[in-house]
Design a protein around this ligand. Structure first.
Ligand SMILES: [Zn+2]
Length: 263
């Protein structure tokens, strides 16, 4: 991962706040330090981004950077857990970052109100300061997912992508440097299919619990990846079905003809 741990330690405040976590079997001070030294860029501060960022910041993530160009609407309050009625009309990214700072002042939360594109990615991801440790795709449409996937492959940044529609969700963690496949390898041309792109929360609906579950599963995978340097979803797509209370894993491999990630 990023920073060597030898020159760091947890402060008394951090030891107190994260006491229940460092007690865990399989999660120790080193895992907590790795999480503290990690920088995560999240694209989308809505239904998935709210729960995922809140859990990561509560757990002790060092730096989170939220990128979103949207403003809060009344219809967001049903599932976007960081927002209150008085936040309507405010930008999601800055409002969420302010809430995260209140929730855990020991973590750094940054916001950019903008739409991520391939053209502005280097600047928005602050690549001059070094690569983020992880990208979190918390968006709600296939076109943006495709752009984020291209950015992940181009800059070789791991991508943890989640989706939530109706009562179903999906989760995958791609590691471009390992050549094990990307979003396009799994979903192929569906990402460029206009009909598929129409399946968003805005027009298909989403149960409040679906984004909550998927955002929390996303945080669960991110914590393991950042703290334990372990990808719990290597080569596997997680499929969650809320109506049946079922979860299953589906294997995938890199498409050797993938136009995005195959060399
Ligand atoms: Zn690919």
């Amino acid at each position: 991962m990023t920073t060597p741990l030898t020159h760091q330690e947890l402060t008394d405040d951090e030891l107190l706040r994260y006491a229940r976590q460092v007690l865990l079997d399989g999660w120790d001070i080193d895992a907590q330090l790795r999480l503290k030294s990690s920088r995560v860029v999240m694209i989308g501060a809505g239904g998935l981004g709210c729960p995922a960022s809140e859990i990561l910041v509560r757990a002790g993530l060092g730096q989170v950077h939220l990128i979103d160009d949207d403003v809060i609407e009344a219809s967001n309050l049903q599932r976007q857990t960081l927002f209150l009625p008085e936040d309507i009309g405010q930008p999601k990214a800055t409002t969420a970052a302010n809430k995260l700072k209140q929730i855990n002042p020991l973590s750094t939360a940054q916001a950019t109100v903008a739409r991520l594109s391939e053209d502005n990615a280097y600047e928005l991801l602050n690549m001059a300061a070094g690569k983020p440790d992880l990208l979190l795709d918390c968006t709600d449409n296939f076109a943006t997912r495709d752009i984020i996937n291209r950015i992940s492959v181009r800059f070789q940044i791991p991508l943890l992508t989640a989706s939530a529609i109706a009562m179903q969700g999906q989760l995958a963690l791609f590691e471009p440097h390992l050549q094990t496949g990307c979003y396009h390898c799994v979903f192929g041309s569906v990402v460029l299919d206009e009909a598929a792109d129409e399946r968003t929360c805005a027009n298909s609906g989403v149960l409040a619990s679906t984004t909550g579950v998927m955002g929390n599963l996303q945080a669960n995978a991110a914590l393991q990846y950042l703290g334990l340097t372990k990808n719990p979803l290597t080569g596997k797509l997680l499929l969650w079905d809320g109506s049946q209370m079922q979860q299953r894993l589906m294997g995938y491999r890199q498409d050797k003809n993938c136009p995005i990630c195959a060399v």
